[in-house]
Ligand binder design. Structure first.
Ligand code: CTP
Ligand code: MG
Length: 227
């Protein structure tokens, strides 16, 4: 089962505080964006990459793609104000495929086995997203006071990739756009349609590089994998 992947890469990286797009920061000498792209460049199931970028960064990124031999990028549409808009601008250009994956460009440690499980699950059920079980005790807090301790067994921390049958994600995005609904992930748009979204158990290494300390975790993961 083949798929195409949407990689939103048009953020500002405010929480990283690097003063520019955090995806250009390097982990062991290679930009985060390239680490992520290489996974899909090498994944035999992936037939195309759609990379949402800031227009002013397009040229720089295109040069980087050439330098690192990334050949699967089909288009670099302009990203939008919110991540969902960036994903949508890629989807507007994508033609019919079996399965669409949406994956944060800021998650460079995704592995081929999890991708394969997601693609298979989306093929069977329509929608499947990566997640890990919550590790800590979870409590609901209001105004600094515990309201309740939530049953941890039912809580998952959601990541990307999120995988969908093409028609389902197109419909979910169209409906969201029409009513002006903004979600924090693509699954929310599909949930709104009343469609079941399945969880594929991922791993704790699939972190999103968000703040400074994630750079330390990230390099540690790469060093461990190089052993
Ligand atoms: N992203 C995007 N378009 C936006 C916002 C985010 O394409 N308008 C992308 C980012 O480049 C990143 C992914 O969505 O690959 C996840 O977003 P996040 O980790 O929040 O990155 P930033 O928005 O860049 O960081 P911050 O929120 O700290 O500014
Ligand atoms: Mg953001």
């Amino acid at each position: 089962m083949q798929y195409e992947v949407v990689l939103p890469a048009a953020g500002s990286g405010k929480r990283m505080g690097a003063g520019h797009n955090k995806l250009f920061l390097k982990l062991l000498e290679k930009p985060i964006l390239i680490h992520t792209l290489e996974v899909f460049q090498q994944d035999t199931l992936c037939t195309g990459i759609w990379l949402a970028v800031k227009p002013e960064e397009r040229l720089y990124i295109q040069t980087m793609l050439q330098e690192y031999g990334i050949t699967k990028v089909k288009s670099l549409p302009a990203g939008g104000v919110e991540r969902q808009h960036s994903v949508h601008s890629c989807m507007k250009e994508m033609e019919q495929v079996d399965i669409v994956l949406v994956h944060d460009a800021a998650r460079p440690f995704i592995t081929h086995d999890i991708i394969a499980n997601l693609v298979q699950s989306a093929h069977t059920y329509g929608a499947a997203i990566a997640g890990v079980r919550a590790k800590d005790t979870m409590k609901k807090v209001r105004n600094g006071v515990i309201e309740e301790t939530v049953d941890r067994d039912s809580l998952w921390m959601i990541q990307t990739p999120q995988a969908f049958q093409y028609d389902l994600i197109v419909e979910a995005e169209d409906v969201a756009e029409k009513v002006g609904f903004l979600g924090t992930d693509e699954a929310m748009l599909v949930e709104r349609l009343g469609h079941a979204v399945h969880i594929v158990e991922s791993n704790y290494e699939n972190v999103k590089i968000t703040t400074q300390e994630d750079l330390i975790f990230g390099e540690a993961i790469l060093r461990k994998r190089a052993l």
